[in-house]
Design a protein. Structure first.
Lengths: 233, 456
């Protein structure tokens, strides 16, 4: 993960469960982030407004100030810092899901640390107002978004509409870890976890179509976490 | 749906009420009219009869000349206003009287014949109706006595006009009052109905309007509002309980997970055997987490809290998407998964929950139907609802077990070895209830047929 070695990424973690917070802080520091911790909503908002953070990770339920209220107050003050909300299981409502539309994200507890890292990475890479590309390219894999045409090494690939959507999602995040939950949310708009290994089967179909007969597979499985589409060179 | 005004009880009541008013006024005024009219004619008839009798007596005593004198006397002295006399011979030629010609064609057949006479009054010609009686005198002469009944007629006409206007006006007044009454009633009841529908649709903060008139509607609205306040308060408490329960349960799970994650991230890396068992434990944790999430979802759905912020969801489209999502997995298991749907099949609900419903029903099929089997998802659009049927040709559920199948942790047919919490169908049933629909388990002969009915 060379991209954040240039200057350390500043993360503010707002979490009232001290033990969970301690583990998260340690994990994030080990992953190369500079982390500050606030133990309640009021303190969290104050710190968020004072410091220069690249990202804020906040619990949904906090003493004094709720995580969603913190976002509202931040936005009201003109701050565009991306926020990742950690929400308790069983309470993923539309207000939480609406975060995605505003450029923020949420994660349901309990979550795997790899999932958290993948979400953080996705939020940091997100460029607001990026010009909407009409072509995506990774190595010799090309996706013409206007004509909905995919070619690998000049050879046209036949993909279903859903496979194209899946590929577009991966190509837009080329080089980033993409988890199964991110795919379910982003490609199928499903915000719950089906039991079956659905995503694996869809990815393996896509992989068949794209990497079959190629010396340079582009879709890689990251053990226990998800997938990444990148050139190995 | 707002019922048309004509279809309300109030409207029907007021139509009946109007008819009753019309009938009552009609009978009262009509009988008064008839009674008055007959009183007037009876009086006229009595006078004519009396005069005829006295003239007949005169004839008996002093013959034609006596009657002639008497008639002339009566005409000249203006004894009675509007009196008409005539004595004619057997050929209907006038002997004496204040009428120019015999007014009838020969002998009138009725007892009280009527005719018109034209008179010249100062400045205008007038036609006066006359009611008369004719007697044949012993000598063959004819004696006619009549009375100008134009005054009585005018009175009767006025009376009739007043009667009809009375009936018309009171009908109109009753109809207007009834219409106004039923309109007001329909509007207030309609307000209550609409508010209740909006509350059912998820606007739990809405209350019935209290007009401030202190009437029975205000009393009703106030009581209903108190009930709604109580329900909302309870739902709020329930939600808070769920939230804190969820919070309390996920905290230790989160810590457990974080500790295990930390182990996996450690450098130098763990031995492969240790790593494998930690990953195995993490999978168990995932399972536990899913079961917990499902249980909380069922509890929340069953708590009676209305669906938050429902939106239009096309169940047909959703079914097609999920079948497409599951199709590769089904194919890998050697199962056929097919979808037939009608578009659009719109339901007011929560897309995520409906997707979860479809997912659970499809996964249920994937779990129980052996390789080579078939699972079908069918969505039909009916008049006011959407029917969703997921059927398979697997082992099905025995009739005596079907009622038990919606209960948590119930599994059938050796499925205990398989993965799954046994919560799939009970969550499905809870989601359907939350959408005010019905879920029934039927035999697909062979196999299972889950029939879901969702109000549109």
């Amino acid at each position: 993960m060379a991209w954040f070695n240039l200057s350390p990424v500043q993360v503010l973690l707002i979490e009232d469960d001290t033990e969970a917070a301690g583990l998260l802080v340690r994990g994030l520091r080990e992953s190369g982030f500079t982390v500050e911790h606030a133990a309640d909503g009021r303190e969290g908002l104050a710190r968020a407004l004072q410091g220069q953070f690249d990202l804020i990770v906040t619990d949904r339920m906090l003493p004094h100030l709720d995580g969603l209220t913190i976002i509202e107050r931040l936005r009201a003050r003109g701050s565009g810092t991306p926020v990742l909300v950690l929400s308790a299981l069983g309470s993923v409502d539309d207000r939480i899901r609406g975060l995605k539309a505003g450029g923020d994200d949420y994660l349901t507890k309990p979550f795997a640390f790899a999932e958290l890292l993948a979400r953080i990475e996705a939020l940091l890479r997100r460029r607001p107002n990026a010009p909407s590309a009409t072509r995506l390219q990774v190595e010799d894999l090309e996706f013409d978004l206007l004509e909905r045409r995919v070619t690998r090494g000049g050879r046209e690939l036949e993909l279903t509409a859903r496979e194209m959507k899946l590929l577009e999602f991966l190509m837009r995040r080329a080089g980033q870890l993409v988890t199964r939950t991110m795919l379910l949310e982003g490609v199928w708009d499903l915000h719950f976890d089906p039991q079956s290994n659905l995503i694996d089967v869809h990815i393996s179909r896509l992989r068949q179509a794209i990497d079959r007969g190629s010396d340079h597979p582009l879709i890689h499985t990251v053990r226990g976490s998800g997938y990444v589409l990148r050139s190995d060179n | 749906m707002r019922p048309a005004l004509f279809n309300t009880t109030a409207f029907r009541l007021s139509v009946g009420y109007t008819l009753l008013v019309t009938l009552a006024v009609g009978v009262t005024l009509g009988s008064a009219y008839l009674l008055t009219e007959s009183l007037i004619t009876d009086e006229v008839d009595l006078i004519i009869d009396t005069e005829l009798k006295s003239l007949e007596e005169k004839y008996a005593r002093s013959g034609v000349s006596g009657v002639t004198d008497e008639i002339n006397l009566r005409i000249d002295s203006w004894g009675r206003i509007g009196a008409v006399y005539m004595l004619a011979d057997a050929n209907f030629e006038r002997i004496v009287g204040n009428v120019a010609h015999w007014p009838f064609d020969g002998m009138p057949t009725e007892a009280w014949p009527e005719f018109d006479i034209a008179t010249i009054e100062p400045g205008r010609r007038a036609v006066h109706p006359v009611r008369a009686a004719v007697r044949t005198l012993p000598g063959g002469d004819l004696l006619l006595v009549g009375t100008d009944i134009s005054q009585g007629r005018r009175f009767a006409e006025k009376f009739r006009f007043a009667t009809l206007s009375g009936i018309g006006l009171s009908t109109l007044a009753a109809a207007l009052a009834g219409f106004w009454f039923s309109f007001r009633l329909a509007r207030r009841v309609g307000e209550v109905t609409r508010t209740c529908q909006r509350i059912m649709a998820g606007e739990s903060g809405r209350r019935l309007p209290v007009a401030g008139a202190n009437d029975e509607f205000d009393a009703l609205a106030a009581s209903v509002n108190r009930v709604l306040d109580r329900l909302e308060e309870q739902a709020g408490t329930l939600r808070a309980t769920f939230d804190s329960t969820a919070h309390d349960l996920r905290a230790p799970l989160q810590r457990l997970r974080a500790r295990m994650d930390a182990l996996l991230l450690r450098s130098p890396p763990l031995e492969p055997a240790v790593r494998d068992s930690i990953e195995g434990a993490l999978r168990e944790l995932d399972h536990l987490q899913r079961t917990l999430a499902t249980l909380l979802q069922i509890a929340l759905a069953e708590s009676g809290t209305p669906l938050a912020a429902p939106a239009a969801v096309d169940v047909g489209e959703l079914a097609a998407e999920l079948v497409e999502l599951f199709e590769p997995v089904a194919g890998a298991q050697g199962l056929q998964l097919a979808c037939s749907h009608e578009l659009p099949a719109i339901v007011q609900g929560n897309r995520q929950l409906l997707a979860q419903l479809l997912t659970n029903l499809i996964e249920n099929g994937l779990k129980y139907v052996p390789a080579g089997g078939r699972i079908e998802v069918a969505v039909r659009k009916l008049a006011d609802r959407v029917s969703l049927i997921v059927s398979d040709n697997g082992p099905g559920i025995a009739a005596e077990d079907r009622s038990r199948a919606g209960q948590p942790f119930v599994r059938f047919g050796g499925a205990d070895k398989q993965e799954g919490s046994g919560l799939g169908l009970s969550l499905a049933a809870a989601i359907v209830r939350l959408h005010r629909g019905r879920l029934a388990l039927e035999s697909n002969e062979p196999g299972l047929r889950v029939v879901v009915d969702l109000p549109a």
